[in-house]
Design a protein around this ligand. Structure first.
Ligand code: SAM
Length: 255
């Protein structure tokens, strides 16, 4: 190899190393950002989130040993730093999935505040491929603010259906693209060009409701709603919620 070719190869390797390092840094930043953002977000939505997850208290496991112990299995996909612990009943046995390894330490730190909840495993993987979890094995799957970020919503939802037991429940709470023609929808369309680069792949103009509805669940109840930050909220929270990701959907689908 000539000296010129060697310098070129070295420069490319260095460039890839730097890009990889920056990508990793962005993921680390995102994990810490979400960990602190979710505190304020949960405060704004506390009552509604309690209501959304209330019916988890009535879940009867399809697994005999779990049912005998008055427990049920729950997989939270895209768990992040564990912002939903406070809304989950203490008798669920959790498996959690997230592709960003920087969340794991933050998740384990938050978990210490909820010793009554059992977490069997933190799987570092994308929801589009949860092969470590067997077919028809899980009573409940939970996602909050995740479908905006996945590579393929169809593949993700197909995996959710695969792991759920027949009759199992899929609880979702997502920010979505707003109704066509509103000011928020227009800012979302423009913002969507840069948002994924800042917020680790998050897309703000997606219509996740339609994708869930056409993904083959036997039933689906969903409600569209808005999350708005009051004038007293700090600037960044108001800016994000009131202009970009305020439009939401929550619901429960049944396999
Ligand atoms: C906005 S955060 C929400 C975190 C958490 N669910 C919450 O409500 O605080 C989006 C989460 O989705 C995760 N995520 C991104 N792509 C994913 C994928 N393909 N499969 C599963 N989770 C994914 C991210 O790593 C991140 O934890």
């Amino acid at each position: 190899m000539s000296v010129g070719a060697q310098i070129k190869a070295l420069s490319f390797s260095l460039l890839f190393l730097i890009l990889d390092y920056l990508k990793n840094l962005r993921k680390k930043f995102f994990a810490h950002f979400i960990n602190s953002f979710m505190d304020g977000y949960n405060q704004l939505n506390d009552e509604l989130k309690k209501k959304h997850f209330e019916s988890l208290g009535n879940v009867q496991s399809k697994s005999e040993p779990l049912r005998g112990a008055n427990k049920f299995s729950l997989v939270e996909v895209g768990v992040g730093s564990g912002a939903n612990f406070k809304y989950l009943p203490s008798n669920c046995v959790m498996t959690v999935v997230d592709p960003n390894p920087h969340f794991q330490k933050l998740f384990e730190e938050n978990k210490k505040k909820f010793p009554e909840i059992e977490v069997s495993k933190f799987i570092v993987a994308a929801g589009e491929d949860m092969h470590e979890i067997p077919d028809n094995s899980v009573d409940v799957v939970v996602v909050t603010l995740v479908l905006c970020s996945v590579q393929s919503q169809a593949a993700f939802l197909s995996e959710v259906k695969r792991i759920l037991v027949p009759g199992g429940k899929f609880y979702f709470w997502e920010h979505i693209g707003d109704t066509q023609g509103t000011l928020m929808q227009r800012t979302q369309v423009v913002g969507d060009y840069i948002w994924p680069y800042i917020f680790d792949g998050c897309r703000i103009a997606r219509n996740s409701t339609e994708e869930i509805e056409r993904s083959g669940f036997s039933g689906c109840n969903s409600t569209k709603f808005y999350v708005r930050a009051p004038d007293t909220a700090y600037f960044f929270q108001r800016w994000i919620l009131n202009y970009f990701i305020g439009s939401h959907v929550r619901g429960v689908a049944t396999k």
